[in-house]
Design a protein around this ligand. Structure first.
Ligand SMILES: [Mg+2]
Length: 205
Protein backbone atom coordinates (compact mmCIF):
# COMPACT_ATOMS: atom_id res chain seq x y z
CA UNK A 1 0.00 0.00 0.00
CA UNK A 2 1.16 3.53 -0.79
CA UNK A 3 2.51 4.93 2.48
CA UNK A 4 1.27 8.34 1.39
CA UNK A 5 -2.37 7.26 1.39
CA UNK A 6 -3.83 8.94 4.49
CA UNK A 7 -5.50 6.81 7.14
CA UNK A 8 -7.76 9.55 8.46
CA UNK A 9 -9.22 12.77 7.07
CA UNK A 10 -9.23 15.66 9.57
CA UNK A 11 -11.66 18.52 9.01
CA UNK A 12 -11.57 22.06 10.30
CA UNK A 13 -15.21 23.08 10.86
CA UNK A 14 -15.52 26.85 10.37
CA UNK A 15 -15.52 27.96 6.72
CA UNK A 16 -14.87 24.34 5.65
CA UNK A 17 -18.01 22.38 6.67
CA UNK A 18 -19.90 25.26 8.25
CA UNK A 19 -20.10 28.89 7.30
CA UNK A 20 -20.52 31.34 10.17
CA UNK A 21 -21.14 35.03 10.72
CA UNK A 22 -20.93 36.67 14.16
CA UNK A 23 -23.00 39.55 12.79
CA UNK A 24 -26.06 37.27 12.98
CA UNK A 25 -25.54 36.92 16.73
CA UNK A 26 -24.74 40.61 17.10
CA UNK A 27 -27.98 41.56 15.36
CA UNK A 28 -29.97 39.26 17.64
CA UNK A 29 -28.22 40.37 20.85
CA UNK A 30 -27.54 44.09 20.36
CA UNK A 31 -31.16 45.34 20.81
CA UNK A 32 -30.87 44.27 24.47
CA UNK A 33 -27.57 46.15 24.93
CA UNK A 34 -26.17 49.67 24.70
CA UNK A 35 -24.26 48.88 21.48
CA UNK A 36 -25.16 48.87 17.79
CA UNK A 37 -24.85 45.51 16.03
CA UNK A 38 -21.49 46.33 14.37
CA UNK A 39 -19.94 47.31 17.71
CA UNK A 40 -21.46 44.28 19.44
CA UNK A 41 -19.94 42.04 16.77
CA UNK A 42 -16.52 43.56 17.48
CA UNK A 43 -16.83 42.60 21.15
CA UNK A 44 -17.64 39.03 20.13
CA UNK A 45 -15.02 38.39 17.48
CA UNK A 46 -12.31 41.05 17.67
CA UNK A 47 -11.60 41.34 21.39
CA UNK A 48 -9.32 38.95 23.36
CA UNK A 49 -12.52 37.62 24.92
CA UNK A 50 -13.34 35.01 22.26
CA UNK A 51 -9.79 33.67 22.32
CA UNK A 52 -9.98 33.23 26.09
CA UNK A 53 -13.30 31.44 25.67
CA UNK A 54 -11.93 29.19 22.92
CA UNK A 55 -8.87 28.16 24.95
CA UNK A 56 -11.18 27.09 27.76
CA UNK A 57 -10.00 29.89 30.08
CA UNK A 58 -13.60 31.07 30.58
CA UNK A 59 -16.68 29.02 31.39
CA UNK A 60 -19.91 29.67 29.47
CA UNK A 61 -21.23 31.71 32.39
CA UNK A 62 -18.01 33.71 32.69
CA UNK A 63 -18.10 34.48 28.97
CA UNK A 64 -21.73 35.61 29.29
CA UNK A 65 -20.81 37.85 32.26
CA UNK A 66 -17.95 39.44 30.35
CA UNK A 67 -20.17 40.13 27.33
CA UNK A 68 -22.72 41.71 29.69
CA UNK A 69 -20.05 43.91 31.23
CA UNK A 70 -18.68 45.03 27.85
CA UNK A 71 -21.99 45.63 26.08
CA UNK A 72 -24.65 46.23 28.73
CA UNK A 73 -26.52 43.16 27.41
CA UNK A 74 -29.49 42.48 29.68
CA UNK A 75 -31.03 39.31 28.22
CA UNK A 76 -31.01 36.01 30.13
CA UNK A 77 -28.17 33.49 29.91
CA UNK A 78 -30.40 31.13 27.92
CA UNK A 79 -31.33 33.85 25.42
CA UNK A 80 -27.68 34.75 25.06
CA UNK A 81 -26.52 31.15 24.62
CA UNK A 82 -29.14 30.44 21.96
CA UNK A 83 -28.32 33.53 19.89
CA UNK A 84 -24.54 33.25 20.30
CA UNK A 85 -24.49 29.69 18.97
CA UNK A 86 -26.92 30.25 16.11
CA UNK A 87 -24.49 31.68 13.58
CA UNK A 88 -23.74 28.60 11.46
CA UNK A 89 -24.99 27.30 8.11
CA UNK A 90 -23.89 24.14 6.34
CA UNK A 91 -21.66 24.34 3.26
CA UNK A 92 -23.62 21.71 1.28
CA UNK A 93 -20.94 20.32 -1.09
CA UNK A 94 -18.52 19.86 1.83
CA UNK A 95 -21.14 18.19 4.05
CA UNK A 96 -21.90 15.91 1.07
CA UNK A 97 -18.17 15.12 0.77
CA UNK A 98 -18.11 14.17 4.44
CA UNK A 99 -21.12 11.91 3.94
CA UNK A 100 -19.50 10.28 0.89
CA UNK A 101 -16.33 9.63 2.89
CA UNK A 102 -18.36 7.93 5.62
CA UNK A 103 -20.15 5.82 2.99
CA UNK A 104 -16.76 4.65 1.70
CA UNK A 105 -15.63 3.77 5.20
CA UNK A 106 -13.08 6.59 5.51
CA UNK A 107 -12.39 7.68 9.11
CA UNK A 108 -12.91 11.40 9.74
CA UNK A 109 -12.12 13.63 12.70
CA UNK A 110 -13.09 17.22 13.52
CA UNK A 111 -10.34 19.64 14.62
CA UNK A 112 -11.63 23.08 15.55
CA UNK A 113 -10.87 26.30 17.38
CA UNK A 114 -14.26 26.68 19.02
CA UNK A 115 -16.19 26.99 22.27
CA UNK A 116 -18.77 25.06 24.26
CA UNK A 117 -21.75 27.23 23.22
CA UNK A 118 -20.98 26.88 19.51
CA UNK A 119 -20.35 23.13 19.74
CA UNK A 120 -23.57 22.57 21.70
CA UNK A 121 -25.49 24.28 18.94
CA UNK A 122 -23.62 22.45 16.17
CA UNK A 123 -24.21 19.07 17.84
CA UNK A 124 -27.96 19.73 18.03
CA UNK A 125 -28.41 21.30 14.59
CA UNK A 126 -26.13 19.43 12.20
CA UNK A 127 -26.39 15.62 11.96
CA UNK A 128 -23.04 15.26 10.17
CA UNK A 129 -21.30 16.25 13.43
CA UNK A 130 -22.31 12.89 14.91
CA UNK A 131 -20.47 11.03 12.14
CA UNK A 132 -16.92 11.96 13.13
CA UNK A 133 -14.88 9.18 14.71
CA UNK A 134 -13.80 11.80 17.22
CA UNK A 135 -13.16 15.48 17.81
CA UNK A 136 -10.33 17.66 19.09
CA UNK A 137 -11.72 21.01 20.21
CA UNK A 138 -9.64 23.96 21.41
CA UNK A 139 -11.74 24.75 24.47
CA UNK A 140 -11.46 21.13 25.65
CA UNK A 141 -7.70 20.75 25.18
CA UNK A 142 -6.75 24.31 26.20
CA UNK A 143 -4.83 25.05 23.01
CA UNK A 144 -5.72 26.65 19.70
CA UNK A 145 -4.37 26.04 16.21
CA UNK A 146 -1.67 26.82 15.15
CA UNK A 147 -0.18 26.05 18.58
CA UNK A 148 1.74 22.78 18.22
CA UNK A 149 -0.04 21.35 21.28
CA UNK A 150 -3.26 21.22 19.27
CA UNK A 151 -1.70 19.15 16.46
CA UNK A 152 -0.13 16.86 19.04
CA UNK A 153 -3.60 16.34 20.50
CA UNK A 154 -4.95 15.07 17.16
CA UNK A 155 -1.96 12.76 16.72
CA UNK A 156 -2.44 11.36 20.23
CA UNK A 157 -6.21 10.99 19.86
CA UNK A 158 -6.18 9.35 16.42
CA UNK A 159 -3.00 7.33 16.85
CA UNK A 160 -1.80 8.60 13.46
CA UNK A 161 0.92 11.05 12.51
CA UNK A 162 2.68 12.70 9.59
CA UNK A 163 1.40 11.75 6.15
CA UNK A 164 -1.13 9.34 7.69
CA UNK A 165 -3.23 12.46 8.33
CA UNK A 166 -4.95 14.47 5.59
CA UNK A 167 -6.10 17.85 6.89
CA UNK A 168 -8.40 20.50 5.42
CA UNK A 169 -8.44 24.06 6.82
CA UNK A 170 -9.23 27.48 5.35
CA UNK A 171 -6.58 29.38 7.34
CA UNK A 172 -3.02 29.40 5.95
CA UNK A 173 -1.38 29.57 9.40
CA UNK A 174 -3.24 26.42 10.47
CA UNK A 175 -2.16 24.64 7.29
CA UNK A 176 1.46 25.67 7.89
CA UNK A 177 1.29 24.27 11.43
CA UNK A 178 0.16 20.91 10.03
CA UNK A 179 2.78 20.93 7.26
CA UNK A 180 5.52 21.43 9.84
CA UNK A 181 4.46 18.08 11.30
CA UNK A 182 4.47 16.36 7.92
CA UNK A 183 0.72 16.05 7.59
CA UNK A 184 -0.83 16.04 4.13
CA UNK A 185 -2.80 19.25 3.78
CA UNK A 186 -5.43 20.91 1.65
CA UNK A 187 -5.73 24.68 2.03
CA UNK A 188 -9.48 24.93 1.54
CA UNK A 189 -10.63 27.83 -0.60
CA UNK A 190 -13.15 26.26 -2.95
CA UNK A 191 -15.32 23.16 -2.37
CA UNK A 192 -14.92 21.68 -5.85
CA UNK A 193 -11.13 21.97 -5.65
CA UNK A 194 -10.98 20.47 -2.14
CA UNK A 195 -13.30 17.59 -3.05
CA UNK A 196 -11.15 16.68 -6.05
CA UNK A 197 -7.98 16.78 -3.96
CA UNK A 198 -9.42 14.68 -1.12
CA UNK A 199 -10.40 11.84 -3.47
CA UNK A 200 -7.06 12.07 -5.29
CA UNK A 201 -5.11 11.87 -1.99
CA UNK A 202 -7.13 8.81 -0.97
CA UNK A 203 -6.59 7.19 -4.37
CA UNK A 204 -10.36 6.90 -4.76
CA UNK A 205 -10.95 9.35 -7.64
MG1 LIG B 1 -11.82 27.51 9.61
Amino acid sequence: MDSRVPRVVVFDLGKVLLDFDYFIAAQALSPLSRLAATDFKRVLDQSPLLQEFETGALSNEEFYSEVRRLTGYRGSYDQFAAAFGDIFTEIPPMVALHQDLKTKGVTTWAFSNTNDLAIGHIRRQFPFYGDFAGTVLSHEIGAMKPNSASYEAIEAATGFRGSELLYLDDRPENIEGAQRRGWQTIHHTDPMDSIKRVWAALGLN
